[in-house]
Design a protein around this ligand. Structure first.
Ligand code: PLP
Length: 356
């Protein structure tokens, strides 16, 4: 199996969907009309931001004005930080974090303090875990203005349970807490805590996106639920002339096609199980439990460079991390069944070629 299977680069390094959105999204795009392209939406005149915010509010049992729309979670994170952080303020983020968390506070003169994850087992699989005691200890010592929790977290793939989240929120009522749920849906579709927690914790904002589970990253659309103390943020983020109508329509079509997304998620779940099994059989590899569309894999440091080259020759790109928290880990974005099988076969072929 040494020949190239794919003629173009397979990007298994960027946490984008390789399956794409619901086929109904493509059907809609073939029939776009003038009012979606040339007109502003009339929704603001009706007293709501948009049909999408209305729809999401209804689905989750919120008033429409508690829903914030944004150009994805990156956008709402940036707006939140730019609205609330001033020079010298602290933002508490995970040490094992998405690169943009590390950067955003500095855009406005703030700075980061970090809380570490711990390692353990989840359902018998090696896992990163939120360490809530440690987080509370660091929160009390540092008193940050904003706290960011990612659930599931990128690149570790673990999530915080709703009980742990409640305990943490209870301990840090003095800060604004953002839960970034960009990778919601892959390991759990639980929404039961969203409304009760937003009602109970007025400084809480829970952020979701259509980029990952719904595979609409190019449409740049996301939504958040904000507690009652975040009124200024709601005003700050509102676009009175409306949002991208095509993106909103795509999002609503995606929300309706639950059957398609469940089918894709099931295929990805099967491949995650395959990855746990295959990697655990390879000496020196550890695959971490993932609730996302990617998996963090620790591997022997001495093979990284050659493996990277070997895979690139086969048009396969995975992300060899190189940062303080991750020196030997690689993040693999789950692809299609065909891509995943080819990737694991290629890694095995590489390993078998190594001198013992
Ligand atoms: C943890 C995390 N949050 C947010 C984002 C950004 O997502 P969006 O496309 O919604 O801006 C990413 C992108 O990879 C991410 O990894």
């Amino acid at each position: 199996m040494s020949e190239k299977k794919f003629n173009t680069i397979q990007y298994l390094d960027r946490n984008e969907s390789q399956y794409g959105p619901s086929p109904k999204c493509y059907e809609y795009l073939k029939t776009v009309k003038i009012d979606d392209l040339s007109w502003y939406s009339r929704d603001f005149a009706r007293g709501v931001k948009s049909k999408l915010s209305e729809r999401i509010a209804k689905d989750f049992g919120f008033k429409e004005n508690q829903v914030i729309l944004s150009y994805g979670s990156e956008d709402i994170l940036k707006q939140l930080i730019h609205r609330y952080i001033v020079r010298g303020d602290k933002v508490l983020i995970p040490k094992e974090a998405w690169w943009y968390y590390k950067k955003v506070a500095y855009e406005v003169g703030g700075f980061n303090v970090e809380y570490p994850m711990r390692k353990g087992k989840f359902d018998g699989v090696d896992s990163y875990l939120y360490d809530v005691d440690k987080m509370i200890e660091i929160y009390e010592r540092e008193r940050p203005r904003v706290v960011v929790i990612a659930s599931p977290n990128n690149p570790t793939g673990n999530r915080i349970t709703k009980e742990e989240l409640h305990r943490f929120l209870d301990a840090c009522r003095g800060a604004i807490v953002m839960i970034d749920e960009a990778y919601w849906g892959f390991g759990s579709t639980d929404n039961s805590y969203v409304k009760p927690y937003i009602d109970e914790f007025p400084n809480l904002i829970i952020c979701r996106t259509f980029s990952k589970y719904f595979a609409l990253a190019g449409s740049r659309i996301g939504f958040s639920f904000a507690g009652n103390n975040l009124e200024e943020l709601k005003g700050f983020t509102t676009r009175y002339l409306g949002y991208n109508l095509i993106s909103e329509n795509l999002a609503m079509i995606a929300l309706d096609d639950t059957e398609y997304y469940q089918r894709v998620t099931k295929m990805m779940q099967e491949d995650k199980e395959m990855f746990y099994k295959e990697f655990s059989a390879m000496g020196g590899f550890t695959a971490y439990k993932s609730f996302a569309n990617f998996m963090l894999v620790d591997m022997p440091a001495n093979i990284r460079k050659d493996l990277d080259k070997f895979l690139k020759e086969r048009n396969l790109l995975i992300k060899f991390l190189d940062e303080e928290a991750f020196k030997t880990e690689t993040r693999i974005t789950l692809g299609t069944k065909e891509q995943n099988k080819y990737l694991i076969e290629s890694i095995k072929e590489f390993i078998n070629k190594q001198p013992s």
